[in-house]
Each structure stands twice: as C-alpha cells, then as structure tokens.
Design a protein around this ligand. Sequence first.
Ligand SMILES: C[S@@+](CC[C@H](N)C(=O)[O-])C[C@H]1O[C@@H](n2cnc3c(N)ncnc32)[C@H](O)[C@@H]1O
Length: 283
Amino acid sequence: MTLCQSGELWKNCGRWEADDAWPGGTEAGGRTEKPRDEKRMTRGQSRNAVKNRKNYAETKITHNGGKGMRLRNIPGSREEIARSRYVVHEDVMKEKRGRWNEVFGNDHPVYIEVGMGKGKFLAELANRHPEYNFVGIEKYSSVLVRAVKKREEQPELENLLFLRMDAEELPEVFGTEEVAGIYLNFSDPWPKDRHAKRRLPSREFLARYDKILTRDGRVEFKTDNRGLFEFALEEAKEAGWTVEACTFDLHNDKEMAQGNIMTEYEERFSGMGQAICKMVIRR
Ligand SMILES: C[S@@+](CC[C@H](N)C(=O)[O-])C[C@H]1O[C@@H](n2cnc3c(N)ncnc32)[C@H](O)[C@@H]1O
C-alpha cells in the first residue's frame, strides 16, 4: 500500500487490516442554491473549518468536464424501472426501513453503493459474494435503467436490488445499523463551494451514513479526482471518522488493489492514464 503523505491531513492514514466481513474490502447540475453562510454552520463546526472547506472547492476540485457520463433522457426509462422486479419501488422502500431482511428473505448483511451509475461494480461484487446482500442506489432513471437492463441478464443473482432515490433520504429507507458497508465510486465532484453539501463524501452525507451503518461499518470511496479526494479526507477528519487506509494510486498499490473491481468510470479514467485514489473510513 502506498502510505499517504505525512502531515496534518494524513495523520490518520494507515494500514487497514483486511476484515473478512467486508466484501470487496481491500479487494475489494446546474440547479442554483443559496450560498452556504455562517448561519448554516452546525454546532461544533468552527468558522475555520467552513473557510478551509470553501478553499478546497474553490482551488482544488475541478469538474471532469466532458469526460464523464452524459445524462441523456431515455424515453420509457421510468416505465421500465416501474416494471422491474429488481427495483424496490418508492411506495415500498420506506416501509421496509429496518426490515431489509424481509425484502431479501434472509439475514445476510446489507451493503450499498451510493451513486451506482450503470451498476457494473455492484453486479460483480454481488456475483463474488452470494453470502451478502447488495443494494444499488441511483438518483436518475435514465442511468438506473441501464443497470436494470444488465440486471435482467443475470437472473441467477439473488442478492442484488436497486433503488431509484436521492441519497439524501437514506436514513428514511434504512434503519439504525442496518447497513454493513457503503461504497462511493467516482462521486460527482460538485466543484462550486456552495454545492459542497451535495458531494457524497461531505460531512452532511457522512452524518447520514453514520445513522445507518453498523458500529464497525466502513465507507469505501474511490475517485480519480484528487481535489475531491483531499476534500473527503478533510471532511472525514472534521466529522471525527478514522481513515483506515488510503492510497493515491490504487492500481499500483499491491495490497489495496487486491481483488479490486473496476467501475465504469474507473475503467475510463485509468484508461486515460489517471491515477485512482481510494480511502476506507470508519467512525
Ligand atoms: C460520476 S457517476 C459514477 C457512476 C459509477 N459509480 C461509476 O463509478 O462508474 C455518479 C453517479 O452518482 C449518481 N448520484 C449523484 N448524486 C446522487 C445522489 N444524491 N443520490 C443518488 N445518486 C446520486 C449520479 O446520478 C451518477 O449516476
């Protein structure tokens, strides 16, 4: 493993002992919004923390302009999703809060990927780990429908379901300690500082993950975006999480790359010669 740089920010970075209970573990817009201001600081958050966070966004996080997946409207995608037996629908998902074992028909631990995209990573993980259940979460029908199409080709998988929802609602869908682990892969960077709270590894989202993760549950985050990765490390530290492992070059890190499953974005960006960063954090 490439140990992270020394210095304040990376103090917590270290070697993570692989945990058998972790599938894939070390193998493993345009809308406008009111600017974030001091009135919206949560208790315990220092003015400096907010200021530093702004600096990250303004100076370091760039958009992957043009290189990302374009969001095209796919006619009929909502209808196709509504018909799919692999999607747990909006009227049911909140009812199942705290009872996902009933949905899967077993008591296996549940792992989720937030911002799943076309679902390649999670389908492969579910295939490798029939002893766990997996739920892929995606906000847009036009993206989810592609994962659904691929899912239909793998009826033998009994441990993979999808939700079309905004991850902001996670604590309304999963109960306390109901999720064994969370994967964030190539999350949207949201480069403007006023959109920092939309970034999936932000402290706001960490607070949501905190509500649903088991006590020893981890969040694994991969990205090619160095600025977003540094932001995520800073947010984890601010929120009191521990960085168990991190690398700035996953594919050249023997230990952390072991059993790595490439996502669609990972294939694209590493194919362009970009280094992939990965961190594993826990409370
Ligand atoms: C850049 S893509 C990465 C897709 C995939 N994880 C990969 O690595 O190939 C990010 C995905 O996250 C989804 N997403 C972004 N914010 C989300 C949110 N708040 N809730 C659910 N999905 C979200 C986007 O719609 C998009 O499909």
